[in-house]
Design a protein around this ligand. Structure first.
Ligand SMILES: NC(=O)c1ccc[n+]([C@@H]2O[C@H](COP(=O)([O-])OP(=O)(O)OC[C@H]3O[C@@H](n4cnc5c(N)ncnc54)[C@H](OP(=O)(O)O)[C@@H]3O)[C@@H](O)[C@H]2O)c1
Length: 345
C-alpha cells in the first residue's frame, strides 16, 4: 500500500499554521499531528487550530508528552516552528531526531548554527548522523533573501568583490508576533530597554546569513558586525494590531556587515517599518557588476512557510547530519508527490 510522507508540525503559531495549510494541499503528505504549549490549541484538531476551516482528524498534543508521542507516531519529518534560539529549541530537535524524524525548522539561528552555538551544532550533527536523518533551519530570512538568493545570483559572476542586499518591507502587512517583536508602537526608550533585556528581538539572523553566504561562496568571513535601531513615526500610524503616535517606534533599520581580510565583503540592510515600500535588492560588485531587484518584495510569512514545505524533498535527498542551505540541491517550488520520499531515507 502506498503511504504518504508523515509530517508533524511542532509549534502551530502563525507560521506553523501556514505550513499546515500549504502541506494539506500537497500530494502525498500525511499530516499526522501537531505539538504546542498554548492551552487554547492543545487537544484541538490540527486543521481547526491552523485555520483550515476543516478538520484533519488529528489532534494537537502538549509538548510535555512529545517524547513518547513522537516515538509512537514515528513521523518522517517534524517541522519545528516554535522559536528563534537554538538553545531553546534544542530539546525539541533531540526528541524529533531520536524518534527517527528529519527536522526542518524556521529557527533563525539554526540557519547557520555553528556561528552562535558551535557545541550544540556538533551534538545535533552527531545525533542526526547516528539516526540517519537531517536537520536544517530555513525560511525567508535567514534562508533566502540575505543568503541563498544572493549566493545563487553570483552563479554567473567571474569575480565578486562585494555584495550588498537591501530588504525593505511594510511591517503593517506582517503577523502580530512580527510587529510585537519589532517593537511597533513602543517609545524609543522602551524599545532600547526591551531589546537589551531580550524581551523583543526585531530581526535575528544577520550574522547567520553572512556566515551562510560566505560558506556557500567558499569565502572565509573574518568578522561580523550587526546592529538595529528604531525608525520613529513622524505622524500617527495604524496597523491591524497597533496604534502608533508620532515619536513612537514604527519599525527598525537593522544591518549586518561581514569582513574579509578587514574589507567589507557583505552588507545587509533591513528596513522594516509601517507603510514602507516593499522591495528586495541585491547588488553584486564584481565581474560583471549586476543589480537584481524584486519590485514586489518577498512577502515574509508565506515565503517562509513555502520555503519550509518546498525544501522537504531536497532535504530528504541530502546526506544525514546537520545541514544548511549550502548542502541541499537547488531549491524550487515542489509540486510533485511527497509520498515518493516516504520510507526512502
Ligand atoms: N527563518 C525565517 O525566515 C523565519 C520567518 C518567520 C518566522 N520565523 C521564526 O519562526 C518561529 C515561528 O514563528 P511564529 O510567528 O509562528 O511564532 P509564534 O507566534 O511565537 O508561534 C510559535 C508557536 O509555538 C508554540 N510554542 C512555543 N514553545 C513551544 C514548545 N516548547 N513546544 C511546542 N510549542 C511551543 C507557541 O505557543 P505560545 O504562543 O503559547 O508560546 C506558539 O503557538 C519564530 O521563532 C520566528 O521568529 C523565522
Amino acid at each position: 500500500m502506498s503511504e504518504g510522507l508523515k509530517i508533524v508540525v511542532y509549534g502551530v503559531g502563525p507560521i506553523g499554521s501556514l505550513i499546515v495549510k500549504l502541506l494539506s494541499s500537497r500530494k502525498g503528505v500525511e499530516l499526522i499531528g501537531g505539538i504546542d504549549v498554548d492551552p487554547s490549541k492543545v487537544g484541538e484538531d490540527l486543521g481547526v487550530v491552523a485555520g483550515l476551516g476543516r478538520s484533519l482528524g488529528v489532534k494537537v498534543i502538549h509538548d510535555s508528552i512529545s517524547w513518547n508521542y513522537l516515538k509512537s507516531v514515528k513521523p518522517d519529518v517534524v517541522i519545528i516552528s516554535t522559536g528563534t534560539y537554538l538553545d531553546r529549541i534544542y530539546p525539541q530537535i533531540v526528541r524529533a531526531v531520536s524518534a527517527g524524524a528529519n527536522v526542518v525548522s524556521t529557527s533563525e539561528t539554526l540557519a547557520y548554527p555553528w556561528y552562535r552555538y558551535p557545541e550544540l551544532s556538533l551534538l545535533i550533527d552527531e545525533l542526526a548522523r547516528k539516526n540517519s536523518v537531517r536537520v536544517i533551519g530555513t525560511g525567508v530570512n535567514p534562508g533566502f533573501v540575505f543568503d541563498a538568493l544572493p549566493a545563487f545570483l553570483t552563479s554567473v559572476s567571474a569575480e565578486v568583490y562585494r555584495i550588498h542586499v537591501v530588504r525593505s518591507l511594510d511591517a503593517s502587512k506582517r503577523r502580530y508576533s512580527f510587529q510585537k517583536k519589532y517593537g511597533i508602537s513602543l517609545t524609543p526608550e522602551e524599545f532600547m530597554l526591551k531589546m537589551s533585556a531580550g524581551e523583543i528581538t526585531a530581526h535575528v539572523g544577520y550574522a547567520e546569513s553572512i556566515m551562510l553566504l560566505g560558506c556557500i561562496l567558499g569565502v572565509s568571513i573574518d568578522s561580523v558586525e550587526e546592529g538595529q535601531e528604531p525608525i520613529i513615526a513622524e505622524k500617527p500610524m495604524e496597523t491591524q494590531y497597533f496604534k502608533i503616535e508620532p515619536g513612537r517606534v514604527s519599525g527598525i533599520h537593522g544591518w549586518g556587515v561581514g569582513y574579509v581580510n578587514g574589507r567589507e565583503f557583505v552588507r545587509l540592510d533591513l528596513l522594516a517599518s509601517v507603510g514602507r515600500e516593499d522591495y528586495d535588492e541585491v547588488l553584486i560588485e564584481g565581474n560583471p557588476t549586476t543589480r537584481w531587484r524584486c519590485e514586489t518584495g518577498t512577502p515574509g510569512d508565506i515565503a517562509t512557510a513555502s520555503m519550509v514545505v518546498n525544501v522537504i524533498p531536497r532535504v530528504l535527498q541530502a546526506p544525514p547530519g546537520l545541514l544548511t542551505m549550502k548542502d541541499i540541491i537547488l531549491p524550487s517550488v515542489f509540486l510533485g508527490d511527497y509520498g515518493w520520499y516516504a520510507g526512502k531515507t
